[in-house]
Design a protein around this ligand. Structure first.
Ligand SMILES: Cc1cc2nc3c(=O)[nH]c(=O)nc-3n(C[C@H](O)[C@H](O)[C@H](O)COP(=O)(O)O)c2cc1C
Length: 184
């Protein structure tokens, strides 16, 4: 059994590793798996870049192309889970979130900070996922109109650490992030 201070320190570790992912390109948390549910109810996961993490707001941020399939999925079901395996502390981080989709003037500040070389990730003709006759039969638009910010409001954080003995805890926003230990 561990006391409350111990579980609070475990959550601190989770946030440290998440925050590092935003600042450090080589950190494990830089590239979470981002899982959604398709409009026909099937799981779909893909790698994304972690663009923001705010402990005070309880949010993480991902940027995407507004024409990508994940947008249709999130419109049908706004829940997404982000999953990171951070090998150094042997820590798996799972964030269960509810996602707000933001575009246009609302995210003009974010677009300003996207380097020129990265802007091509936003907007494609035809739209992402369209069948094309050969691999290069598309144009990237680098378009502010397609630039989309996914603000992921964290509902729960599950941490699983492969130390001896293994430990696992779940922290929920609705409980003020107090946390409880779970059998790993
Ligand atoms: C290392 C890496 C980083 C990626 N980062 C992003 C990202 O930040 N945002 C994004 O939308 N797609 C990103 N992708 C592409 C996605 O994995 C995915 O292929 C694309 O978003 C289309 O997914 P969808 O059709 O399920 O929407 C990244 C892929 C890799 C391999």
């Amino acid at each position: 059994m561990s006391d409350h201070g111990d579980i609070a320190a475990f959550l601190d570790l989770g946030w440290q590793r998440l925050t590092r992912g935003v600042a450090d390109r080589r950190a494990a948390a830089r590239h979470p798996a981002f899982a959604t549910v398709s409009p026909d109810g099937l799981p779909e996961a893909r790698t994304v870049v972690l663009r923001g993490a705010s402990r005070s707001d309880g949010t993480v941020e991902v940027h995407t192309d507004g024409g990508s399939d994940k947008i249709a999925s999130l419109k049908a079901n706004p829940h997404a889970q982000l999953m990171i395996w951070d090998e150094k502390p042997k820590l798996q981080i799972r964030l269960s979130t509810r996602v707000t989709i933001r575009q246009g003037n609302e995210v003009a500040d974010r677009w300003q900070n996207v380097p020129d070389g990265s802007r091509m990730a936003y907007g494609a003709s035809p739209t992402p996922g369209t069948v094309i006759p050969d691999a290069e039969a598309y144009t990237k638009l680098a378009s502010r109109d397609w630039f989309t910010v996914l603000t992921c409001h964290i509902e729960s954080i599950e941490l699983m650490q492969l130390v001896d003995p293994h430990r696992r805890a779940v922290f929920r926003a609705r409980d003020g992030w107090i946390g409880e230990w779970w059998v790993p």
